[in-house]
Design a protein around this ligand. Structure first.
Ligand code: ATP
Ligand code: MG
Length: 175
């Protein structure tokens, strides 16, 4: 990871099938007005890092390598809306324990790199629409089954045209 500062975050990155299913959820929100997330940008954030100087980028990759996770299945079964950030999102009703553990372990391994662990409770979600008008909460009749086998470090370039996010490196969960 050579170069200058980069805006980075850890995420779960859907495969093409799950991505298409998530994009199809966006089409269930025709009543929403806002900034639709580009289908290629759909993701689930594990931990946001922000603008990272080159000196810390090796530490981050090292932290990710040290994480011992396990594969798990994520059931995306609801759509909901948060009024403060004004986002419409999709997510799991039940948060799988391996996901909680992954986020906790990642935070712990990142501490020596100078990242404070997030204090707010972790609420896994895939943002579908930003700056959205309110969307009624809804249980999905057919949940999306997302088999999670790896996690990625993503670079964010919020300026310019979408897609804004690009996975730069990935690590498997389990062997
Ligand atoms: P913009 O900030 O211009 O709306 P964005 O939020 O899509 O763009 P980033 O700010 O780079 O892009 O965020 C990348 C990912 O990290 C998104 O999933 C975003 O929700 C999440 N994120 C951003 N800031 C934080 C934060 N302070 N805490 C937790 N997650 C964050
Ligand atoms: Mg942001």
């Amino acid at each position: 990871m050579a170069g200058g500062r980069r805006r980075l975050f850890f995420a779960l990155w859907p495969d093409e099938t799950v991505r298409a299913q998530l994009a199809a959820l966006q089409e269930r929100l025709p009543q929403a007005q806002g900034r639709w997330v580009h289908p290629e940008d759909l993701h689930l954030t594990l931990q946001f890092l922000g603008s990272v100087e080159p000196g810390r980028q090796a530490c981050i990759a090292e932290a990710a390598r040290a994480v011992q996770g396990e594969p798990f299945e994520l059931e995306i079964d609801r759509i909901d809306f948060w009024s403060k950030p004004r986002i419409a999102w999709a997510g799991p009703e039940a948060v799988p324990r391996p996901l909680k553990r992954l986020v906790r372990m990642l935070a712990k391994k990142l501490e020596p790199c100078g990242f404070e662990p997030e204090r707010r409770p972790y609420k896994p979600h895939v943002t579908l629409v930003r700056k959205s008008t309110p969307v009624a909460a809804m249980k999905l009749p057919e949940p999306i089954l997302w088999a999670v086998e790896h996690f990625v470090l993503v670079e964010s370039r919020p300026n310019g045209d979408p897609p804004h996010y690009r996975p730069v490196e990935g690590w498997p969960l389990g062997d």
